[in-house]
Design a protein around this ligand. Structure first.
Ligand SMILES: Cc1ncc(COP(=O)(O)O)c(C=O)c1O
Length: 405
């Protein structure tokens, strides 16, 4: 057997997806015109799948800051912080993040994926227990592969099931670390964090929340779901990314735990990879100020999210359980989702195609992410294009789609 033979089934499935039109896993933007518009295959296209929640990728001050630091500090750091040292900008952003979240400590990673991988896998030692939401993002699952702790899943967003599992684990000794997310990335649903925090603390466990899709989006100050639900004091570690509402790349963890800085010499996805270029970090420093003062942007974002969610729901589509900037339409089969996705691109609308096994309950989804800087016209056009494509497929009228899921 050849080394690539194990990917044969994957290759067949990939070929099937590609045979329906474009390759959804290697879309190329000819040009990015703004946070909400690009050119794909020569066609001007509404971007409704970029996680650019506050539209900060083209923020003038952030761009200028990045350019000036790029000139001062060069294109990259060429090494990890423990081997090659930190730049002033790394420390500045960590201080700003700690202050923003009202925590004593912050640590930055090169991506959000690495922040999750590193913190979760490192915190959980051999005699400990990791208890994760079943619908966790791949980076949380990958952290489970890296750890030597025992891993348990609890039913998605189910504090009662979590409680049952914690009560069983409690007698086994070791620390228990519960992991969940703020807004879940595929369906846009929120964790019932107040209830989850209460159960977690009842059993003396630690709570880790990945606010990747909720930082900058939820809470009066943009600190995420823990702020919105008033449980920040019960969350021991907040994880997040700079690649969504902050419009750049990178990840972080904030905490009040004693001896936090020991993680810098224990956490391999921090230690053995190059740190972020100072220019990127500098742009995030500026974008974080925008997030902090971004209540107006958040109101616009939630208005847009509601407009898209309500519009699609009243057109008959089956959307996720909560209104949030992630709005996913469930379709009856992966084949149909691929066909819709291609047809929508032909019409000038870019959304994400999300297929099993990357989706909860094996659903086939057209996943949208709304931005504060989408206009009402763009949102309305997206609704009408999704509805039009649905009607163009003839038998597939939206009413039938509601029976899915
Ligand atoms: C919930 C969640 N956590 C972490 C990540 C990883 O973030 P990054 O893209 O910054 O690596 C993602 C990315 O989509 C995500 O959805």
């Amino acid at each position: 057997m050849g080394i690539m033979d194990k990917f044969k089934d994957l290759g067949t499935a990939y070929d099937d997806v590609k045979s329906a039109g474009r390759d959804p896993f290697s879309v190329r933007f000819d040009e990015i015109l703004s946070p909400t518009e690009g050119v794909i295959d020569g066609k001007k296209t509404i971007l409704l799948g970029t996680n650019n929640y506050l539209g900060l990728t083209f923020d003038k001050r952030s761009v200028e800051q990045a350019v000036s630091v790029l000139r001062e500090s060069g294109t990259g750091t060429t090494g990890s912080r423990i081997a090659n040292g930190s730049y002033g900008w790394h420390q500045r952003l960590e201080n700003d993040l700690a202050e923003f979240f009202g925590r004593r400590h912050a640590m930055m990673f090169t991506t959000g994926y690495q922040a999750n991988l590193g913190i979760i896998a490192t915190l959980a030692g051999r005699d400990d227990h990791l208890v994760i939401d079943a619908d966790s993002h791949a980076c949380i699952y990958d952290a489970c592969k890296l750890t030597s702790a025992q891993v348990t899943r609890f039913k998605h967003n189910d504090p009662v099931d979590l409680g049952k599992r914690l009560s069983r684990l409690k007698s086994q000794g070791g620390n228990i670390i519960v992991v969940t997310e703020g807004i879940f990335s595929m369906l846009g649903d929120k964790a019932p964090l107040r209830e989850i925090a209460a159960v977690t603390k009842k059993f003396g466990a630690y709570l880790v929340v990945d606010e990747a899709h909720s930082m900058g989006v939820l809470g009066v100050n943009g600190r995420g779901l823990a702020e919105e639900q008033g449980v920040e004091d019960q969350v021991d570690f907040i994880l997040g990314t700079f690649s969504k509402s902050l419009g750049a790349i990178g990840g972080f963890c904030v905490s009040n735990i004693d001896d936090f800085d020991l993680l810098r010499v224990a956490c391999r996805p921090y230690m053995f990879t190059a740190s972020l270029p100072a220019s990127v970090v500098a742009s995030v420093v500026t974008s974080l100020e925008k997030v902090q003062k971004g209540q107006f942007l958040r109101e616009k974002l939630m208005g847009n999210a509601k407009r898209l969610y309500d519009g699609l729901q009243s057109a008959g589509f089956h959307v996720g359980p909560d209104v949030s900037p992630v709005v996913a339409v469930q379709l009856p089969s992966p084949e149909m989702a691929v066909a819709y996705w291609n047809a929508l691109l032909d019409e000038g609308l870019y959304v994400n195609l999300a297929l099993p096994p990357a989706t909860p309950m094996g659903q086939a989804l057209l996943r949208s992410s709304v931005s504060a800087v989408h206009t009402h016209q763009q949102i309305d056009k997206a609704i009408s294009l999704i509805t039009k494509v649905s009607r163009d497929f003839g038998a597939i009228i939206p009413e039938r789609i509601t029976s899915v899921g």
